[in-house]
Design a protein around this ligand. Sequence first.
Ligand code: HEM
Length: 336
Amino acid sequence: MDEPRHVLEAPSHADPYAWYARLRVSRPLFFDEGLGLWVASGPWLVEQALHHPQLRVRPPAEPVPPALQGRAAGEVFAQLVRMNDGDFHARHRPGVEQAIVRWEESAVQRAAEESASDLVTRCDANALLSAIPVQAMARMLGVPRDALDATVAWVHAFTRGIAAGASAGALQEADAATVALMAQGEREGLPHVRAANRIALMQQALDATAGLLGNAIRAALDGAGGDAAEIVAHVARTDPAIHNTRRFAAGDLELGGYAIAAGQGLVLVLVPEHPFGRGAHACPGDRIALQLAAAALRTLQSHAPLSRIFGRANGYRPLPNARVPVFTPGATPWSP
Ligand code: HEM
């Protein structure tokens, strides 16, 4: 089997883990000329980088990507805790954490069960993975039943629009989706920043939880033992959904004896030690993501043998940081 050509290809590689293990020993930190980015995979260096005050989640000169500037989607992007450091992050992260801790396991489970049962009969296998976590999160946020489908579509449009390289059409759809989603949050009385980060709860549930659920389904199809919660917990450690994250140097700094210049970017490899990140930006949604994926898996298993719904796994979505399996093309919605 060929090796991944670089770190951004590894998440979609059939089995990248031996390659990661070699990389962290042979080149724990190096500058990848082809990518124009530093790559840190040594666990201690990654840990240091995730706590380094000068390593920021956005390039300092570009808090909002140029394509999003002056647009509704860009305005929300600028308010996200995920995309900010320093004072803004410190002030608003507690609100995001509070929004998440209020959900008890029973509420997460109910939302995931209802979403999986609703969607299994009308989405194909791959659409199912992306729709269940977002619909479940929308239910938890109190979105009325008749607005769930529109909300899921808006979250998908927002996510496509803020991705690097989005087309003009995708940007326009993201703006329209942003306006609709902000109006939802503001109707609930949320202040502007909270309404923006309410969107992020659904957006963060998307690729990451699709990957967690998809990799758990894949493991179950391959015969993994244990109940749904055990399979999900095992997969979160051994075949996680998020493989890397980015940081940017806000000033000249030193890491592991290397000089990193202001403005340079780093890819931090999070597998296997930090599947939910670490430091100020560590995932506040880890508990509910695990509960949501386990309840969704259990519900899907109760509807039909997983192989009838998902066919076979056949590669991964071509994403640079998330590992989301693709199931047999042509798998059709399961019908009783
Ligand atoms: C219900 C689902 C989820 C929600 C609501 C959620 C929410 C969030 C939020 C709000 C942040 C940004 C925190 C900050 O910047 O201070 C974040 C970061 C993160 N999340 Fe999640 N998340 C979810 C699922 C997942 C899953 C399934 C994974 C991986 C298996 C994951 C991995 C991460 C990682 C690695 C980060 C840190 C990124 C970085 O440091 O650059 N999340 N999450």
